[in-house]
Design a protein around this ligand. Structure first.
Ligand SMILES: Cc1cc2nc3c(=O)[nH]c(=O)nc-3n(C[C@H](O)[C@H](O)[C@H](O)COP(=O)(O)OP(=O)(O)OC[C@H]3O[C@@H](n4cnc5c(N)ncnc54)[C@H](O)[C@@H]3O)c2cc1C
Ligand SMILES: Nc1c(O)cccc1C(=O)O
Length: 492
């Protein structure tokens, strides 16, 4: 099939009926549900862009194996040119959603591509696991499949491992083996965009302990597989809010969901890892699924940070606040933060290495630095935006007010900004800002930057401990090695 169009993506959406729970009801038709309609159209636009002359060379490449075009995010990187091709594709996608949709198809495309490129790791444990992921990669690549994923156990009792939870199937685990596959039961979180995807892949961040064997697994199933409940969180918009009042929340809402598997059959050919705690704990650090998605999320995160900083600058400019020193200082800080991330990305890309399997990987220390800085930089941007927007963020008429012939003259008189910024222009800027720094949509976008890549506290601790193990601290050791020994005590 090769690359899909938006219409083909939407047709596939219509052809399925996953068990999606939204506000206490099963959604009968995803596309007809107002809440999902606009985000689905945004995803469809990304598929259409693969066919548009302006974007096709950036978003797709010709697959050497099939001769058909495939998404560039399925390209297995072997050199700097491949790295930069992927980087450009990630940026084109990110710019389309201003970096606000973190789990666009390219994210998991890079995950499965790297799992396939590193199938050697799975082959060490089980030949079938390796063959299965290699075949799954081709299935996704050749059919341009949109994946969601859930790799975290739901928050039940974080002081206990999966096998110690009160109910042994609170967390997703294997109930039994059958000739046709494994039966899985339990929950996994946090499947972003699940309702809008074709299939779901399950695996885990490291963290299994002896006794967790039944939970140590990785597999993939269609999103509408029998027995899978997709339980959505509360929506941050209802699909009917005006794009004038909520320009971001109305378009880029990424629904998050808990996945509950109720004795779901996973065919053996879709099992990538099973009943092996060591393999499950090493999957993330030993394959490229730490580095490769971090490239996509680094580029996306940069675009989102840059976008939010630009909104903060527009807010300040629209009311003349950026003539004041402290506002200039704070906005200068935010701009410098975006330059730090941009520069780190170029450094990580340039300082790539080639693995024994021929995979080009960005510098992991630099990638991890980006991942470690974003959970502070993005919230700081929102804080500055709130401080500059101040009460104006709570002083915005709605689109309906603007449309009132009676009220409009009053709005025009009292809601304008500095010279040259009329009421509508200022309100459009402030509504962008409020979606980012006040609405539930914006708070989720902030929480995303804090947690999408894992717990920042533990990620930084892992980073420090690995850095200490891998780096000699040679500058400090050099001075300590000098002959500045303590002289003999003076004896009087
Ligand atoms: C908007 C958003 C989108 C996301 N999208 C996805 C997705 O698409 N797919 C997916 O799989 N995941 C997704 N995630 C989930 C993300 O991977 C997790 O949020 C992240 O791994 C942290 O886990 P947690 O949220 O359960 O926090 P917890 O691990 O429960 O942490 C809660 C608090 O307890 C502390 N804590 C808990 N356990 C420990 C421990 N063992 N040691 C020390 N401290 C501990 C943490 O430091 C933290 O302060 C998303 C998250 C967000 C916010
Ligand atoms: N956040 C991640 C994810 O959801 C899947 C794979 C990798 C990551 C990551 O950030 O490392």
């Amino acid at each position: 099939m090769g690359i899909r169009t938006g219409a083909q993506y939407l047709e596939a959406l219509k052809s399925r009926k996953p068990e999606v729970w939204l506000n206490g009801k099963i959604v009968e038709s995803i596309l007809d549900e107002p809440y999902f309609n606009q985000p689905a159209l945004e995803i469809a636009k990304l598929y259409d862009m693969q066919h548009e002359p302006a974007y096709q060379e950036d978003l797709t490449v010709v697959c050497e194996e099939t001769g058909e075009r495939m998404a560039t995010s399925f390209l297995m990187p072997h050199n700097y040119e491949d790295i930069m091709k992927r980087s450009k594709a990630f940026e084109v996608v990110a710019r389309q959603t201003f970096g606000l949709m973190g789990r666009t198809p390219d994210f998991l495309n890079t995950v499965v591509t790297s799992l396939a490129q590193n199938s050697w790791f799975l082959r060490k444990y089980n030949e079938d696991w390796a063959t299965n992921i290699e075949n799954y990669y081709k299935h996704l690549r050749d059919n341009d499949i949109f994946l969601t994923h859930a790799i975290v156990n739901p928050q039940n009792d974080r002081s206990k491992n999966s096998h110690e939870q009160a109910d042994q199937f609170t967390h997703l685990g294997v109930v039994e083996e059958r000739a046709e596959g494994i039966i899985v039961r339990g929950a996994k979180m946090l499947a972003t965009l699940a309702a809008l995807t074709d299939e779901v892949i399950i695996y885990s961040f490291p963290g299994f302990a002896p006794g967790d064997e039944r939970y140590a697994l990785a597999f993939a199933v269609p999103i509408d597989v029998k027995g899978l409940k997709i339980i959505c969180r509360e929506p941050v918009q209802d699909g009917t809010r005006s794009t004038f009042d909520h320009p971001l929340a109305s378009r880029y809402e990424e629904m998050d969901a808990l996945l509950v598997f109720e004795d779901v059959l996973v065919p053996w050919d879709k099992v990538f890892l099973y009943n092996n705690v060591e393999a499950a704990n090493l999957l993330y650090p030993m394959t490229g699924i730490a580095e490769q998605p971090a490239h996509q999320s680094g580029v996306r995160g940069y675009i989102k940070l840059k976008f939010a900083v630009e909104v903060a600058c527009k807010v300040a400019d629209s009311i003349g606040a950026d003539q004041y020193l402290h506002v200039q200082r704070d906005l200068g800080e935010l701009i410098q933060n975006t330059e730090v991330i941009r520069s780190l990305l170029r450094t990580a890309e340039r300082e790539y290495t080639i693995t024994e399997q021929g995979e080009a990987r960005l510098n992991p220390v630099v990638l991890e630095t980006i991942r470690g800085m974003m959970p502070d930089m993005y919230p700081r941007t929102i804080e500055v935006m709130q401080a500059i927007g101040a009460g104006g963020l709570l002083m915005m008429p709605t689109e309906a007010d603007f449309l009132s012939e009676e009220l409009r003259p009053t709005i025009d008189r009292h809601y304008g900004g500095r010279a040259g910024i009329d009421a509508e222009a200022r309100m459009k800027i402030f509504k962008l800002a409020w979606d980012l720094c006040g609405e539930a949509f914006g708070m989720r976008a902030l929480q995303y930057e804090r947690y999408y890549t894992g717990d920042p506290v533990r990620k930084r601790a892992i980073f420090y401990n690995k850095y200490k193990k891998d780096h000699a601290l040679d500058l400090a050791n050099a001075i300590l090695a000098k002959e500045d020994t303590v002289k003999e005590p003076q004896t009087n």
